[in-house]
Design a protein around this ligand. Structure first.
Ligand code: B1M
Length: 200
């Protein structure tokens, strides 16, 4: 049995109000990024583990994700309050087609904003063509892609192929639990990160 903080335990219980209460207390002590990396991510890892072993079913996965989303939104509010407003460029962000996991992408969006980037977040389940078109329209310097499932990681390659086909000048960075540096290199991505801060 892994050791879980009270906040992580409330996320696992799908107790949104309880999790928010804990998070408010912890944000003052550990900061918004600390709350995400030291409580939220371990809680979601444990959710994933329990789902894999059959201790959790889909409803519990969804409830835990909802509680985590609420805490994430609170941390974002806090982070942006602290953050800078200088513009270091535009990043278009998306979770690739077929993938509905957006918690990690949302964390990346928050951290990029707090580091002074303008972020155009296209959301989840976004087709390659739409991503490339948005990047061109917004004059983005960077496109950031997220994928959490082995079945959706190949969609990243499609986005990169589309940028080459159109001769686009922006860089493409990738991340998410299902992406390895090896894979990122093999599809011609310009960068890869395991976490949100690395994406900056
Ligand atoms: Co699902 N899910 N899920 N899920 N889910 C996983 C990913 C899984 C590993 C769970 C498991 O079985 N152990 C598994 C995938 C297996 C695989 O392919 N290898 C899985 C599955 C199977 C599924 C469904 C198929 C379940 C079903 O329906 N039977 C289904 C698929 C839906 C779909 O996408 N089509 C599904 C659904 C869901 C929910 C909707 C219930 C929910 C998502 C809610 C949401 O996102 N709004 C959910 C959740 C919560 C998870 C787990 C438990 C947690 C993911 C998460 O949010 N992590 C996950 C297990 C796990 O990862 N432990 C699991 C926290 C988040 C902060 O981390 O996203 O990794 P992460 O992002 C990090 C870094 O990766 C990085 O920075 C972030 C912050 O540190 N990063 C980037 C991410 N993107 C980046 C981009 C960058 C740079 C860094 O540059 C641009």
């Amino acid at each position: 049995e892994v050791h879980l903080s009270p906040l992580a335990a409330k996320v696992l219980d799908g107790d949104e109000e309880g999790a928010l209460g804990e998070a408010r207390r912890l944000i003052d002590l550990e900061g918004p990024l600390g709350v995400i990396s030291d409580h939220l991510v371990p809680a979601l890892d444990e959710v994933g583990r329990r789902y894999e072993t059959g201790e959790f079913f889909l409803p519990q996965l969804i409830e835990a994700a909802q509680a985590a989303s609420a805490v994430c939104a609170l941390a974002e509010e806090e982070l942006l309050r602290e953050g800078s407003s200088a513009s270091r460029g535009t990043v278009v962000l998306a979770t690739v087609e077929g993938d509905l996991h957006d918690l990690g992408k949302n964390v990346v969006a928050t951290v990029l904003k707090s580091h002074g980037y303008r972020v155009v977040d296209l959301g989840k389940d976004v087709k390659a063509e739409r991503i490339v078109e948005a990047a061109l329209r917004e004059g983005a310097q960077v496109v950031g892609l997220s994928a959490l499932m082995t079945s959706t990681v190949p969609r990243m390659k499609e986005v990169i192929e589309e940028t080459h086909r159109r001769g686009c000048g922006f860089k493409v960075i990738v991340g998410g639990a299902a992406v390895s540096p090896w894979y990122a290199r093999s599809i011609g991505a310009d960068g890869m990160s395991y976490d949100a801060v690395g994406a900056c």
